[in-house]
Design a protein around this ligand. Structure first.
Ligand code: ATP
Length: 249
């Protein structure tokens, strides 16, 4: 798509594509920004906070992308936002689909989960930060695996006849290259308005929860740092952090 050739690695079976790239980071094996790993099946696909990502063998995409940031953990905060937009870009370009984004990084179509993003980090407050960006996209979900999913879900096959996984990988990789380069040059400046236009919960009453604490309010969108903004009793407050979950009331 960019006119550049890029190598990618495909494995038939792996525990988790994110775990594999993170092992390479931790074992200091060669890895470079923009490197992609795809698996045909994951035996231990993960969501956030120990949840399972159903990853049966077949058409679905299990994809991880490595990116190195040199400005420490602080700079990693907005990455989920850039990644959500990259997934939007790819699905729009390839299938003409208009997905909605749920903070921090889930992808919904008609209120059903189509794709999930799991950004994992290895780094210090300052210095280099290694990011492994995992993306699972349901292309065609087998019946048996679908029965294990405990929330409304959907797949590309329910909306499009185009099910070529290679083309999806090419579009997704191109979109990530573009969005992460944009993020590195200008941060979230231009992305905040774009993300807010796609916010699945815009203007809705939502509940934010960390497991221990909960906050209720009207979802206003994201702020300049990528935090989620809630209006509560007339006051507007931002919340940050990878361990927070957002639910519609
Ligand atoms: P959060 O807001 O905390 O991210 P979440 O429920 O969306 O909440 P994730 O960790 O993003 O959680 O994703 C894992 C959840 O997604 C699972 O608990 C399950 O409900 C659902 N799920 C698992 N596999 C799939 C899949 N292949 N397609 C759609 N949804 C799935």
């Amino acid at each position: 798509l960019s006119g550049q050739e890029k190598q990618l690695e495909v494995m038939p079976i792996i525990d988790s594509t994110n775990s594999e790239l993170m092992r390479r980071v931790q074992n200091k094996l060669p890895i470079h920004s923009g490197q992609v790993l795809v698996a045909e099946m994951q035996e231990a696909g993960r969501g956030r906070r120990g949840r399972t990502w159903q990853s049966p063998f077949g058409a679905n995409l299990y994809y991880s992308y490595y990116w190195r940031l040199d400005d420490g953990l602080q700079a990693a905060m907005g990455v989920s936002i850039a990644v959500g937009l990259a997934v939007y870009d790819a699905l729009k370009a390839l299938y003409g689909l208009e997905v909605a984004l749920k903070w921090p990084n889930d992808i919904y179509l008609n209120n059903k989960k189509l794709a999930g993003v799991l950004v994992e980090l290895d780094g210090q407050v300052e210095g280099p930060c290694h990011l492994v960006i995992g993306i699972g996209i349901n292309l065609q979900m087998p019946e048996t695996a679908s029965q294990q999913i405990d929330q409304p879900w959907t797949d590309i096959a329910s909306h499009s006849h185009e099910l070529d996984k290679d083309r999806l990988v090419a579009h997704l990789t191109y979109a990530l290259d573009e969005r992460l380069a944009q993020y590195q040059v200008s941060g979230l400046t231009e992305m905040v308005t774009q993300w807010n236009a796609l916010n699945a919960f815009a203007g809705e009453v939502v509940c934010l929860s960390t497991g221990q604490r909960q906050w209720r309010g009207i979802c206003e969108g994201i702020d300049a740092q990528g935090g989620i903004v809630l209006r509560q009793d007339g006051e507007v407050k931002s919340y940050y952090g990878g361990e927070i979950s957002l639910r519609k009331e």
